[in-house]
Design a protein around this ligand. Structure first.
Ligand code: EPU
Length: 351
């Protein structure tokens, strides 16, 4: 196990800001993960587990403890009964390569999650979702090291307590910081039909007489993501982001009704989506734009993507402080304008 010191973290993130890790360890096995944890404990240093760095903002001072990258990268295939195939993947497996592998095996369930940067181990944490699917629908189990007992434990889907962009792994009251994810297993449907729930995706295939294949749906998702600057394209600053910077706010019906009426008085039609009984989900991107931060906005080296208002981007040479100042400015303006508190979506390290 190689322990490196003062390793720059910015190049290991998609946003590309922030300082170094005091120590950096890549662990290729569960035993090495335990060893790395022991190293941090012995020195009383905080520990941060890095996945693909696609949903992260690292502070300019870096992280004063141990950054651990879980490099478990094998994928096991288990066939279960009734057309279900279990893909059991190491936390360090590249997410999109994994999705491509499941589609080559003609297994349905992850096709709409094509093109998302990051690693398998990161996906249960915020219950990654896009274009009508979320990992909570297909995750069977998560294998994790419990930092309380230093033993590995298998958590069932129910035990992960998934909801919109949330799980046991990122909710303080439920156990945030308690587990290090080692493996994730997904139950996929062999020969299953593709998910076509998202309107923009349905439109792509609206005139076809036959149902698209999983590979066609993957290609369509990649194209939509590219158009929205949500596909990492090296050298393109619109994709130098942490994905969506804010969650879509979920508000109780009365709040929605009042806000919609206020908007209408200004001639604006507030878009929204149903979310269970009595709640509406509002598009944060829309609120951000109306609060004065249109696509293409810039403030020094920080800015908003030209293709999607929810992505704060690093136009080149931005610091974490530049990104945070823009984040706070957006939150304050949205609060003033709509009385809504936008919750950030990425993970913040070293702040
Ligand atoms: N919109 C704007 N301006 C924009 C873009 C969008 O006003 O620049 C409005 C439109 O009304 C649009 C609505 O926002 O209809 C929703 O936009 P979109 O379909 O692009 O999705 P989103 O709600 O902004 C969410 C996820 C994305 C995921 C997409 C597709 C969150 C926080 N974000 O974005 O996930 O890819 O849906 O399913 O839930 C991520 O979490 O990092 C992420 C990229």
């Amino acid at each position: 196990m190689l322990i490196r010191e003062q390793v720059p973290l910015a190049p290991l993130t998609t946003l590309g800001v922030g300082g170094p890790a005091r120590f950096f360890i890549e662990a290729g096995t569960q035993d090495e993960v335990v060893e790395a944890v022991g190293f941090a404990h012995a020195r009383q240093l905080p520990l941060f587990v890095l996945g693909g760095g696609s949903n992260l903002v690292v502070a300019d001072n870096g992280f004063p403890g141990v950054v651990l990258k879980v490099g478990i990268v094998d994928v096991l295939l288990l066939t279960a009964a009734n057309g279900e195939v279990i893909f059991d993947a190491g936390a360090g497996v590249d997410w999109d390569a994994f999705v491509a592998e499941t589609i080559e095996a003609e297994c349905a369930g992850l096709e709409c999650l094509s093109g998302i940067p990051g690693t398998v181990g990161g996906t249960p944490v915020q219950n990654v979702g896009a274009y009508g699917q979320e990992v909570a629908e297909t995750i069977r189990e998560v294998r994790a090291l419990d930092l309380r007992s230093l033993e590995s434990k298998t958590l069932s889907n129910a035990e992960c307590q998934f909801s919109y962009r949330s799980s046991l792994f990122n909710t303080t009251e439920r156990g945030r910081g308690r587990y290090i994810i080692l493996r994730v297993s997904f139950a996929l449907r062999q020969g299953g039909r593709p998910g076509l729930r998202y309107a923009e995706l349905q439109e792509v295939f609206a005139n076809d007489s036959v149902e698209p294949t999983l590979a066609e749906v993957r290609a369509a998702v990649l194209e939509i993501r590219r158009r929205k600057g949500m596909l990492i394209v090296p050298g393109e600053d619109d994709s130098r982001s942490a994905g969506s910077f804010f969650k879509n706010p979920i508000v109780p019906m009365p709040v929605f009704t009042e806000l919609a009426a206020r908007m209408e008085a200004h001639g604006w039609q507030l878009p929204s989506y149903p979310l269970g009984e009595g709640f509406r989900k509002l598009p944060a991107a829309w609120l951000v734009e109306l609060a004065g931060f249109p696509r293409g906005y810039s403030k020094g080296a920080a800015g908003i993507s030209r293709r999607h208002a929810l992505a704060i981007i690093n136009r080149g040479g931005a610091t974490a402080a530049d990104i945070m100042a823009l984040k706070e400015n957006i939150q304050a303006r949205v609060k003033d304008e709509f009385e809504i508190e936008l919750q950030p979506e990425p993970v913040f390290v070293g702040f």
